[in-house]
Write a protein that binds this ligand. Structure first.
Ligand code: NAG
Ligand code: NAG
Length: 371
């Protein structure tokens, strides 16, 4: 027979083992949970960038999941991309996963490359070797895309539009005493995809002897927060511990077509609120009963009010676009930049793979990492 003391000891031990297992399970669950959401995020970004849809990569051929992944991606059309390509909702219905049957390599001989050379070139830089024939034929030509994204000028040598390159000199002047402090950081309103730059500031690389932990000049967001209005620059700091000044950060603002942006806001309003926002049919309902339908939006720095969702867009980007000066009648807007910054269009990010290189080298003495 076990003595009561021994029984107690055993009970404690069993209890301990049980608790330990439970704790381990909880931790494993958390870990798996975070893995899944990370992967999901990565997938949705990939889907959005439209870089691996309906296409065959070199190595995943041996991957038994490849076909399944492809279907998964095909199921979920990124509406932002369709919008840029000038497609309507019915178009996405035409391309269904079940029709993914014939992979081709577009070529000039059978005319499958004609007018889409530039697009195929972009895909091949991502190591794509084949594409579904039907899907490929549904893609607009490069000229049609340039028309859609309102890109005028030289068609063959079209370059991405980067607004604000004229403010580079001011940025360089302000940071000339210590160029190794120069950084680049993204900003954008809710529902604008944020960039992850692959830029390095050679001055930083040299100073820290390539120690990447010290950062090579890409910040995750501007110091006042990626979604925070630009008017908070110099007023509000999201992270108090940063070891650089706001003048040492060049914001790169990502901007979308306002119509597409409003459509996305109707689906994912984040912290913005306005009357009848839940009504899918009437959203964004800029006016109600003849009056502007006011919007309230919450940011880290506080709450802002706007006459309507369209006004919110103008107000938010206006802080990055317009300078202001005090005139006799009060504050007026001017087209002088409020501070050095670059503004890049969402469309250009999609169709000019090189846009990030341009941004990197444009005015920060940052060089593309991948060169
Ligand atoms: C494409 O393939 C080359 C050679 O195999 C490799 O070095 C490169 O990293 C690949 N690029 C991408 C974007 O996967
Ligand atoms: C930058 O500095 C140079 C040399 O001091 C000066 O000539 C130029 O006007 C400055 N530019 C700006 C935009 O501050």
């Amino acid at each position: 027979m076990m003595t009561p003391a021994r029984r107690n000891k055993l009970r404690t031990l069993l209890w301990f083992v049980l608790m330990k297992w439970t704790a381990t399970l909880v931790i494993v669950n958390f870990y798996l949970g975070s893995m899944i959401s990370l992967e999901e995020i990565e997938n949705s970004v990939l889907r959005l960038m439209q870089r691996d849809r309906f296409v065959t990569f070199e190595q995943p051929e041996s991957d038994p999941m490849a076909h399944q992944n492809r279907q998964y991606k095909a199921d979920k059309q990124p509406p932002e991309v369709d919008e840029v390509m000038g497609r309507t909702g019915t178009m996405s219905g035409v391309v269904t996963p079940t029709k993914l049957v014939r992979d081709i390599t577009p070529n000039l001989k059978d005319g499958t490359l004609q007018g889409r050379e530039r697009l195929w070139e972009m895909l091949t830089t991502r190591n794509m070797t084949q594409v579904d024939a039907e899907y490929w034929s549904s893609i607009p030509t490069w000229d049609e895309i340039l028309d859609n994204i309102k890109h005028s000028g030289d068609r063959q040598n079209a370059l991405p539009i980067i607004h604000g390159l004229d403010t580079c000199q001011a940025f360089q002047n302000k940071t000339s005493s210590d160029p190794s402090q120069r950084r680049i950081a993204p900003a954008g309103l809710f529902n604008s995809v944020l960039l992850e730059f692959n830029c390095q500031n050679p001055n930083r690389v040299k100073k820290f002897k390539g120690n990447a932990k010290r950062g090579h000049g890409n910040e995750w967001e501007v110091p006042w927060g990626k979604h925070t209005p630009g008017s908070e620059r110099g007023q509000y700091l999201k992270n108090q511990k940063i070891k650089y000044t706001i003048d040492e950060v060049l914001p790169v603002v990502l901007i979308r077509n306002p119509y597409g942006w409003m459509k996305s806001m109707c689906r994912h309003p984040y912290t913005a609120k306005w009357g009848s926002m839940q009504n899918k049919r009437s959203c964004p309902e800029l006016k109600r009963g003849g009056e502007w339908n006011g919007v309230e939006a919450k940011f880290g720095s506080g709450v802002t009010h706007h006459k309507s969702l369209a006004h919110m867009y103008n107000d938010w980007y206006g802080h990055y676009y317009y300078g202001s000066h005090t005139a006799a009648e009060g504050t007026q807007r001017s087209i002088e930049a409020p501070f050095p910054r670059l503004i890049v269009r969402f469309e250009d990010i999609i169709f000019f793979v090189s846009v990030l290189d341009y941004v990197c080298i444009s005015c920060t003495a940052l060089t593309p990492l991948l060169h």
